[in-house]
Design a protein around this ligand. Structure first.
Ligand SMILES: Nc1nc2c(ncn2[C@@H]2O[C@H](COP(=O)(O)OP(=O)(O)OP(=O)(O)O)[C@@H](O)[C@H]2O)c(=O)[nH]1
Length: 312
């Protein structure tokens, strides 16, 4: 067995906390380096994989669940082992927003045994949404565990909140993880000095069993439609759906702006220009289990009214 130089970072953070946004920024900063990504998407569609795709970067996508769950753990170990053979300078693992990384060390050990190579594990970075975290952590064990098991907490979206809110989030972080390094990020920007630091000195919690399992997995559903729809109508539909979902994301063909990346986190609906696709597709991660299907169907009928298909 010999030691590989690949620096490995595991990115966690609740659904919509800003992992992909900051990872895109890091890829820009590290342009020219040999980089690999393991992208884990909770739903069936690899939306983040599409956003991150880039000729210079090698990516493995593991979708339909959490890489820490027994249902996908072996795929993750296998992907780590395969990526280890490629001698990247950096390997970033973007775990799904539902991912509970409490067992990450155990998985790295297994990957070492399978591949005969060891990563230079640099730490777990947890993205903490300044707008939504205080509410999320009240209800979601996952949000708590992600923070408990991180070495660096990055408070994201600080451009959207005041100083008082940031202080409250910092206090909550300290309550859950008294030692992790903390950093803030506004507009998806990140100061990359952490790449040179030894984050492992901020180890706090011992490894434990993950809470991710097939039984605890939230319901996700995806929608497809052909043709274009009116942005105002889509917006009304999404506003009605927003309270009952953890997250909506995808790409829509809109009458006014053409192909558009759509993101819903909490009450915020965000639109960005995107590349073109064959069909419009949106993924919904439900807070209310399968009841979300009825809600989507009736809200779509009321506000949009065109034909669409829902799939599991
Ligand atoms: N204003 C603002 N918006 C942000 C910031 N970071 C992320 N966002 C927005 O938050 C939404 C979710 O960001 P993502 O980067 O997709 O979040 P994620 O953690 O990768 O999402 P999942 O993979 O679904 O868990 C998008 O609309 C982003 O543009 C930030 O610092 N400021």
């Amino acid at each position: 067995m010999y030691r590989a130089d690949t620096k490995l970072y595991v990115l966690t953070g609740f659904l919509g906390s800003g992992k992909t946004t900051v990872l895109l920024k890091l890829l820009e900063i590290l342009k020219g380096h040999r980089i690999g990504i393991i992208q884990n998407e909770f739903g069936k569609l690899g939306i983040d994989g599409t956003i991150l795709r880039n000729d210079e970067i090698q990516m493995v996508e593991i979708n339909r669940g959490s890489i820490f769950c027994s249902c996908l753990k072996l795929n993750f170990v296998q992907a780590l082992a395969e990526m280890a053979a490629q001698d990247f300078e950096y390997l970033f693992v973007e775990s799904s927003g539902w991912g509970d990384p409490s067992n990450v060390q155990e998985i790295l050990e297994a990957a070492k045994i399978v591949s005969g190579k060891e990563y230079d594990f640099r730490g777990v970075i947890c993205f903490v949404d300044a707008v939504n975290f205080l509410e999320q952590v009240k209800e979601e064990e996952t949000a708590f565990r992600q923070l408990k098991h991180c070495h660096l907490a990055v408070i994201t979206k600080t451009d959207l909140v005041g100083e008082k809110q940031i202080e409250k989030v910092e206090e909550k972080i300290r309550e859950i993880n008294p030692v992790c390094e903390m950093k803030t990020s506004a507009n998806g920007e990140i100061d990359d000095s952490f790449l040179k630091k030894d984050l492992l000195i901020y180890e706090w919690a011992e490894g434990e069993e993950t809470t991710n399992s097939v039984e605890t997995k939230p319901k996700s559903i995806f929608m497809e439609y052909d043709g274009q729809i009116d942005r105002q109508k889509l917006n009304e539909f999404l506003t009605v759906i927003a309270p009952d979902v953890h997250r909506v994301k995808g790409f829509c063909n809109l009458t006014e702006t053409g192909w558009t990346q759509v993101d819903v986190v909490g009450t915020l609906i965000d639109y960005k220009e995107s590349e073109a696709f064959e069909k419009s597709q949106l993924v919904f991660i439900s807070k209310i289990g399968p009841m979300i299907i009825k809600k989507i169907l009736s809200a779509w009928q009321e506000y949009v009214g065109t034909e669409m298909k829902l799939r599991n």
